[in-house]
Design a protein around this ligand. Structure first.
Ligand code: SAM
Length: 804
């Protein structure tokens, strides 16, 4: 038997886990490839001849070691015991010196990377990545659904441990919950695993993550790819406040309640991470509250006997030491695993917890843990240092030092090779090793192709799904470069942002200046979503993230560093203005100003129709910063009031109405169905409008839904519960679901919502929905760019004046 806390050899691991990947693959037990490495035979025979048997053996050992980065915690016979619940979070924080020493050693090595250019360094480590060929091979040979690095890592975990418990196999039923799961590759990976290994199992899943459609969530905290989420919206729970933030206890309990509705949950995964690039040395402290929330959520959601997979990094601080101890006492076995497809130069590991002791057993502790659930952990330690057994600390030390040594060895080697360049021999060996590792992955994990009908969404459908913010995060120079940038004087930073903005090509995509659209007279599929009010629009499904980021940075400078200028601060106004002298029966506000070029044109085009103009130009854009909710709701009421006075055939000009949030876009979408025709007009600088022609009169269904929206807003306001209406339609109704370019003529897709009025129109309607999304986003891009350029110009102008 292995020693307590030992680093298991492959054979020992197999004996302990009969179902483990190593045993499932008959080829992996005696030598990776038998006498002659099979993977050499097809390729590069010439090079193969130059290698000796010793070379092969050396490579073979390296391959085996590469797949065997595991640590197994061995509790004493009587099991480790949790301290009394009354001792939780009462003792002062503490440090374990041996672990702190490891932290210093690791950070010393990591800090050597500060001076390297990030792009160059990543290029180098990609070339040095021994697992670099695995994804390529998988994609080529199996084309799995939504293949990503996370897909591979989950698959390795599933194949290496009994995550899917025997009870699941016997009952042929699995309910799983996935925390911090965007973009969703763990789910498609689990599906692949289940379809190959337990095809009869009835599987239900539920996932949560920071909501990519909640406009208050910054894009930098989320993964840019929402294609899978968009196609599986029904299975995502974004919490009580719709932010998807798991570090809110109400959201966690809301999720736990929905999960309980599925039946016993026997698998929970938690893959949360936070961008720590600005402070890599403190990664562990930055993510510790997220890990706490993930683990405590799992303890609330899992049924007795269930499995929990948690992504973690280092384990040097009391927060993580206590969390690991909590897990070791809550599950029968706990192991730490670094998958072959997890980059060797980072600290990422997976904690695999099997056989949960159950909520009933844990409830006295859970009651206290719930109280401390949140984005900030208390400054006290979860458990007193004296209550953590020495035996556990020793094993944790062995575990962390093993993973630390693996990481620092790789970083040191990478630095050495980066400095002096790779020799031909090294490059050749690396090529072989990459090939062998990919081959070993395929054989050991018994990788096979899945038919598309067995996939969750279907890869062809996913490929065609549109997403706006897919551009990879632009890496900007080295860590030191970015530090310098963050220390730039506001005006210097403004110049940098101006350059970035100018380099972005944004143009009107249609041949005519006006895009005409026609919608059917009624829309179905309303879904009123309530949640936390959006104070500042930090992300939007209707605008490029990069543009919004620049816009918000510029606004920040304008607000914090520059004296408020009238052009920036005076916009905070919630009523629309009505241009002077217009034949408008609905005087919503008496604030009259000059008629704009756009409205003059519109009036000339339809001289005999009664025209209502609601002009938010230069008002709502900025009020987004100083209270988006208030501005949105006031505008909603204005629009409703205007409708009360409208007659059949009347026209409406909605000017400067911001379309960055689901709520506002939902209103515009609704309006589109109330008029015979809709025109999106190419913006003139920041001035833009949507023209609605020929009021059709109210459809009773739409009317009653809007009344419901109205009364819900009133109710939430009177309750003072910090909740508001966030959207009127599911997001997948408002955006382009499929790329029009990839859609073949006559091809139809399964619709997430049904139209009321006859099947003959369905293709036409889809096209008009897709164009609607395009119109909204393109108008936003043009206007946001203009608006930001204007603010930059006015700030620079102001500075010039003040320096004269
Ligand atoms: C590495 S990704 C998960 C990848 C995923 N397992 C997959 O297979 O595609 C980490 C995720 O954690 C999410 N996350 C970070 N902080 C969160 C929080 N407070 N609440 C919910 N999700 C969070 C991020 O938005 C991101 O989507």
């Amino acid at each position: 038997m292995p020693q307590p806390g030992s680093f298991l050899s492959l054979g020992e691991e197999q004996r302990l886990h009969r179902n483990s990947a190593s045993e499932q693959s008959s080829k992996s037990t005696d030598g990776v490839y038998g006498d002659i490495p099979a993977s050499f035979s097809g390729r590069s025979n010439r090079n193969c001849e130059r290698m000796t048997r010793n070379d092969y053996e050396e490579l073979e050992n390296e391959v085996l070691k590469y797949f065997d980065k595991k640590f197994y915690f061995r509790p004493p016979l009587q099991d480790w015991k949790l301290p009394e619940p009354s001792k939780i979070f009462v003792a002062d924080g503490w440090k374990e010196l041996r672990l702190q020493q490891l932290k210093t050693e690791l950070n010393n090595v990591k800090s050597k990377l500060d001076l390297y250019n990030l792009n160059d360094w990543h290029k180098h480590t990609r070339a040095m990545n021994k697992a670099g060929e695995i994804q390529w091979k998988l994609r080529n040979e199996l084309e799995p659904e939504f293949l990503t690095q996370a897909w591979c890592k989950f698959y390795e975990n599933a194949m290496s441990f009994i995550l899917v418990t025997p009870v699941v196999v016997i009952n042929e039923c699995l309910n799983s919950v996935h925390l911090c799961e965007a973009p969703g590759a763990f789910i498609t990976s689990l599906n692949h695993y289940l379809k190959l290994h337990n095809p009869g199992i009835k599987w239900k899943w539920l996932a949560t993550t920071l909501n990519p459609y909640y406009e208050g969530n910054p894009l930098s905290c989320m993964i840019n790819d929402d294609r899978f989420i968009l196609q599986t919206l029904e299975s995502w729970n974004f919490g009580l406040d719709d932010t998807g933030n798991l570090m809110d206890v109400k959201n966690m309990l809301h999720l736990a309640k929905e999960a309980a509705g599925m039946g016993d949950v026997l698998l929970v995964t938690a893959d949360g991470s936070i961008d720590c690039q600005e402070n890599p040395g403190e990664q562990e402290s930055i993510v510790s509250s997220l890990h706490y929330c993930e683990a405590v959520s799992a303890l609330h959601i899992l049924a007795k006997g269930g499995s929990f997979l948690l992504k973690m990094f280092t384990m040097y601080e009391h927060e993580t030491v206590c969390l690991m101890f909590l897990l070791c006492c809550s599950f029968t076995t706990v192991q730490v695993f670094k998958p072959a497809t997890s980059k060797e130069g980072n600290s990422e590991v997976y904690v695999v917890c099997l056989e949960y002791r159950g909520k009933d057993f844990m409830e006295p502790w859970l009651e206290v843990l719930r109280k401390h659930f949140g984005p900030e952990l208390p400054d006290k330690a979860m458990f007193p240092q004296t209550s953590i057994p020495q035996d556990f600390l020793d094993q944790l030390y062995d575990c962390t030092s093993m993973f630390k040594n693996l990481q620092t060895d790789v970083i040191e080697t990478n630095i050495r090779v980066y400095e002096r360049g790779r020799t031909r021999g090294e490059a050749h060996k690396m090529k072989k090793l990459r090939y062998l590792i990919a081959d070993h992955f395929m054989k050991t994990y018994d990788m096979q192709k899945l038919s598309e009908s067995d996939e969750v969404v279907g890869k062809s459908k996913l490929k065609k799904t549109m997403t706006l913010n897919m551009d990879p995060r632009a890496e900007e120079g080295s860590f030191s470069d970015r530090r310098k940038k963050s220390k730039l004087e506001p005006l210097q930073l403004l110049e940098v942002l101006k350059e970035e903005l100018d380099s972005m090509a944004v143009k009107w995509p249609f041949s005519d200046d006006v895009k005409h659209l026609q919608f059917p007279p009624c829309v179905d599929g309303f879904k009123l979503q309530v949640g936390k009010p959006v104070k500042t629009v930090d992300s939007s499904k209707f605008c490029l993230g990069r543009l919004l980021r620049i816009r918000n940075q510029v606004r920040e400078i304008a607000r914090n560093y520059i004296h408020p200028s009238p052009s920036i601060e005076s916009y905070v106004q919630t009523s629309p203005s009505l241009p002077n002298g217009i034949s408008c029966e609905n005087e919503v506000a008496a604030n009259l100003n000059e008629e704009s070029e756009l409205s003059q044109k519109f009036r000339k085009a339809y001289p005999r129709r009664n025209l209502t103009i609601l002009n938010y130009k230069e008002k709502l854009w900025t009020s987004l910063e100083s209270g988006n909710e208030e501005a949105e709701i006031n505008a909603f009421w204005d629009i409703m009031d205007a409708f009360d006075m409208m007659w059949r055939e009347d026209n409406l000009l909605l000017q400067g109405y911001p379309m960055l949030t689901q709520f506002n876009v939902g209103i515009v979408y609704m309006l589109c169905h109330l008029f015979d025709e809709v025109e999106f007009v190419k913006p003139i600088k920041e001035d833009f409008a949507v023209q609605f022609i020929g009021f059709r009169q109210w459809n009773p269904k739409m009317r009653s839904f809007l009344e419901e929206v109205d009364s819900t807003i009133e109710k939430l306001r009177s309750e003072g519960c910090n909740q508001t209406v966030l959207s009127l339609f599911p997001i997948n109704m408002l955006c382009e679901r499929y790329s029009s370019s990839s859609k073949a003529e006559g091809e139809s897709y399964e619709q997430p919502h049904k139209r009321e009025d006859g099947s003959g129109q369905s293709k036409k309607l889809d096209d008009c929905d897709n164009t609607f999304y395009k119109c909204v986003t393109e108008v936003n891009h043009l206007c946001v760019k203009e608006q930001v350029s204007d603010i930059i110009a006015s700030i620079l102008e102001q500075q010039r004046h003040s320096s004269i």
